[in-house]
Design a protein around this ligand. Sequence first.
Ligand SMILES: [Mg+2]
Length: 304
Amino acid sequence: MNILVIDDSKLMRKMVSAIIADAGDQPYVASGAEQALLMLDKKNIELIFMDVEMPKMNGFELTRLIRSKKRSWIPIIFLTASTDDSHLTKGIESGGDDYIMKPINSVVLAAKIKAMARIVNMKKELDTVNRQLLRLTNVDALTGIMNRRGFNESLKRDWKNHTRERKEISMVFLDIDNFKAFNDNYGHQRGDECLKQFSAVINTQLKRPMDTLARYGGEEFVIILPNTTLDGAALIGSYIIDALADAKIEHQYSPVAPYLTASMGITSSRFSAKNENMFIQQADQAVYKAKKQGRNRYSVYEPL
Ligand SMILES: [Mg+2]
């Protein structure tokens, strides 16, 4: 573990560092708040030993500052000469996790390092699992692309960037043509297979990591294209039509073509949607138009 010792006494810093090194861990030192914050920015500190009695900013104050700044939790153990019980309460309330009485007993200190290392490792495992879970909750289990929830999060982020940077953002809303007839005739298993193939074909048409393809629900998909003009989005629409024609996913029950096609609605921020929801509505309206015009095409949103 990387352990930071914050103490205004050089002797204490030396002594505690020596015990840490003996325990097989990596000590770093800081004489006060300024150095400590610098260290926390530079090094991946996993545990802090914090002197309480320091000039300028004391250990409690510094702990409060660290807790308010740092997003991830680092255990903080106070080193204090005070034997007052209320002192302990104050320390825990300021965000500390434990404390050791001065004069420092090297056996006690080494034991606390071991105990904290266990907690730190548990926290790391928990963080990893949480990250995996978070990713899973945003992914559509069938197609492996983003689900509605992931889409909502991405759009929120991209829309925010758009309003800040004032760059055009576009959206393509896709609806597979005659998917009900596909399911009714080929069965749901092949229907699922078809959704997988469809999303894979669409995915190949998106070249930038900033683009998001998501399954909106059922046979509806949506693409968010940040920093993309309406013409750019229309180009992607025509590429998708070509790609589906090349892929030829069989659909003999479609009146449109012997293979799977889609109707698409395209919009961009140039139509001044007030918010994300209105933006989606515009794209959805354009899909309706594409369907009315005969499907297997894209249609651009037209303001009334
Ligand atoms: Mg001191």
